[in-house]
Design a binder for this molecule. Sequence first.
Ligand code: HEM
Length: 220
Amino acid sequence: MTLYDKIYKWLDDRFKLRELLPPIVKHPAPTNVVSNPLYCLGGTAFLCFLVLVVTGMFLAFYYKPTPDEAYKSIQHIMTEVPLGSLIRSIHHWSANVMIAAVMLHMIRIYFMGAYKKPRELNWVVGIFLFLIVTTFGFSGYLLPWDQLALWATKIGTGIAGSIPIVGGYIALILMGGNDIGAETMTRFFAIHVLILPAVIVTLLILHFMMVRIQGISGRL
Ligand code: HEM
């Protein structure tokens, strides 16, 4: 009996897993998925997301989201907090790897035709996930409040502002005024740590439920 079987039996005796959770707990992956690493890209993106959540929680212990203190608090994290620079670097690199993994995942879905019937709706959910992931990156970029952050946000909000008709409103909502300042920082922080996490968790639940209900595409 493997360790997995022992744990499963222990839980099954107590919580009747056999009845409640069979599709989740005992669901071997089809052979085409096991033998093809391209099917790991979505999982890689999800793993990065989990790493980002955990490292983000640690960063939130020390980061101060005000124009006066943000830059100093990042310096404090990098130079004085034990393992601070490691945690911040892992957060930074996981964000980059996540964006790369999501893009490659999208390319795999496109070229394998996995977006076709019956998975059209999961593709649509995926498009929203892609937008959320890039907005995570954009909103996080401002938080260190250094020159790079300020000018990158200036360009980003400028691009948003150039959208016909609604652009001006979007830029105003993002910046909380006519220029980047304390209001912008509060908004970007709220977007980064409250709004986007809530939205992405909801979308990921939908995404994974659809994968599970429809099964993975390709031959079995
Ligand atoms: C946060 C971002 C995302 C995560 C964590 C994620 C995760 C996953 C995982 C774990 C799977 C099953 C295994 C696999 O095919 O890799 C999957 C399948 C799928 N994903 Fe994503 N995904 C994300 C974004 C996207 C995007 C941007 C799209 C497309 C616009 C997309 C469309 C799909 C589709 C259509 C499937 C079903 C594939 C099939 O049946 O072969 N996903 N996703």
